[in-house]
Write a protein that binds this ligand. Structure first.
Ligand code: SAM
Length: 218
């Protein structure tokens, strides 16, 4: 029997993808982030799995000082290339499986941190919650369903297999499982499935649901 090829590491997979394909998403802010954060007084923000920086760039233009972390340097380079001189963004190439936030932030956001290769998402999200400053906001947005154009063996809107689609309740429970975090220290601002029109890789549109969890740390 032929030995099977080991799967690529997360770093190999994502860097190769961005290096070969260039811009992989719309480059625009995610609808859920814009809806949930527009009007919030800006401060410091941490964007986990920022990709090419659509959210980080939007946050910076709202006055946030943003730290954008992604495992793929080529993704961050796309974001940096789109940055205005006045945008306050620090681009950090790091594996969130190991990266420790060096401080706390007024906003910690993670939009569509899904991957078809190894990703300890739950541990990353728990660590992310710990990096929210008192009075700050944690926003976690994910896919909640497979869009109509995706086939079982095909790719979802993000271009990867829809491997992990927890509900907002699942994500909320995850934060407080095997964790030093306690629910009493958090106010739930949004915990919902929100329908929107998604755009497929070929430009086609169709309904898709986002899982949105927004908490404020007391
Ligand atoms: C589906 S994309 C979402 C990108 C962006 N947040 C957005 O909404 O457009 C997932 C992102 O997570 C990043 N990522 C995956 N695993 C990672 C890890 N272990 N550490 C840091 N970033 C990771 C990928 O490079 C990719 O940019």
């Amino acid at each position: 029997m032929m030995p099977s090829t080991p799967p690529p590491s997360a770093a190999e997979y994502w860097e190769t993808r961005y290096r070969e394909s260039g811009r992989s998403w719309s480059g625009r802010v995610n609808a859920a982030l814009e809806r949930e954060i527009a009007g919030v007084a800006p401060g410091t923000a941490l964007d986990l799995g920022s990709g090419e920086g659509g959210d980080a760039l939007w946050l910076a233009r709202q006055g946030w000082a943003v730290t954008a972390v992604d495992i793929a340097p080529s993704a961050l380079a796309l974001g940096a290339a789109a940055q205005h001189p006045d945008d306050d963004i620090t681009w950090v190439a790091a594996d969130l499986a190991e990266w420790m936030p060096p401080t706390q932030y007024d906003l910690v956001t993670s939009c569509f941190l899904h991957s078809s290769v190894e990703l300890p998402r739950e541990a990353i999200l728990r660590r992310a919650a710990g990096a929210v400053a008192p009075g700050g906001i944690l926003l976690i947005v994910g896919h909640a369903g497979v869009p109509h154009w995706a086939h079982a063996d095909a790719h979802d809107e993000g271009g990867h297999d829809p491997v992990e689609l927890p509900t907002p309740d699942d994500v909320y429970a995850t934060l407080f499982t095997d964790s030093a975090l306690v629910p009493a220290e958090w106010t739930v601002l949004t915990k919902a499935l929100i329908d929107r029109v998604g755009v497929g890789p070929d430009g086609s549109t169709g309904p898709i649901a986002d899982s949105v969890l927004k908490l404020r740390r007391r």
